[in-house]
Design a protein around this ligand. Sequence first.
Ligand code: AMP
Length: 418
Amino acid sequence: MQTIRGFRDILPEQIALWQKVEQEAAALFESFGYREIRIPIVEKTALFARSIGETTDIVEKEMYTFEDRTGDMLTLRPEATASICRAYIQHKMYAAEPVRKFYLTGPMFRRERPQKGRYRQFYQIDAEVFGVESPYIDSELIFLLHTLLRRLGLEGLSAHINSLGCPVCRPDFQKALLDFLGERKDNLCENCKRRLVKNPLRILDCKVETCRQALEGSPATVDHLCPDCRTHFETVKTSLEKLGVDFMIDDTLVRGLDYYTRTAWEVQTTTLGAQSAVAGGGRYDRLVEELGGPSTPAIGFAIGFDRLVEVMEQLDTQVCEKGPDLFIVSLGADAQAYAFEWSCRLNTMGIRTDSDFRGKSMKALMKRANKVNAAFVLIIGDNELAQKKLVLRNMATKEQTEIGLDNLVNDLAQLIKN
Ligand code: AMP
């Protein structure tokens, strides 16, 4: 049996980087007042269809949808924002506190064509803020993301930002886009021909080469913003400049989800070869209301966790993997019985203790203690048991300390902790 295409195991040998990212992210989010939220992996299909958009690639082609035994249509979550909005509305979180900030880490599922850095089960780190219309929160999120990626040692980063406007200015832009595409209609793919009628903005996101060519020179949303959207975007830019965040305006950036309004951005890295996005986000001021909640401005981003780890691996990020505090070298059956009991007791006291019960020789066991990088080694054999005295060896300083059998566990814990 093998994993299915696009799915993979993340093995213990790979996990140190994942944990480092999780710890750094949680610490930074917490200091900015974000709280962790955990939500189900499966939701009703309608939640994603309504929020991400019926004519997006994700909903049209990539969702893992199935009918459960009672006939309900369910979907493995392709992203987290829709579910977090559902939770926000369901638990009336707006009632207790007008501003809510969340973060989340977990798997997402999209049936995309698997390739390097692209999986069908992948992981995202999400941050979402509800209840703040101010552009400063857009800058806070971009700054937070930037800071986290810097702390993780990423280089060659560029933040591409754009404003997608709002329902006031969108019709004006849509008209300009339709006028522009009018003569180029025949060069569009079949999908985009349908989109012309159903959702013209999605054409901007099409990856098909002929559509990309047809779009060259197309109108940009930033040129069609209403005064409010323009002021909002200006404040985002100036506040980012003040914080020293490098960014560039990318008026071709639209993101692949329908719910975005105003600020949208992506962080790209050159470390993985071609430009590749490690994170993306944007405002979605209409979504909570569209899903049945009160009108609530909201904004968030998602980091591609798998890609982030791949970049860190390319950069050869080292995470120091600590060996056990103590390795017990036990020779003979009686010694093994003691070693087993002491390891269990020491582990519960927070002294990470390892031993080997395969009946190997002293030489083999010492070799193993070295290989696992143990800080201390305790040797126990028939002689030591007869004399009721054991030797604890500090592997770094080579210092040896004699310990009596009485009260051994506590004495060991003391010596190792110091
Ligand atoms: P999105 O939810 O589409 O805005 O994506 C946010 C980030 O998630 C992207 O920038 C990618 O880094 C990552 N991502 C999206 N889809 C995949 C995938 N299939 N495999 C790995 N990472 C992905």
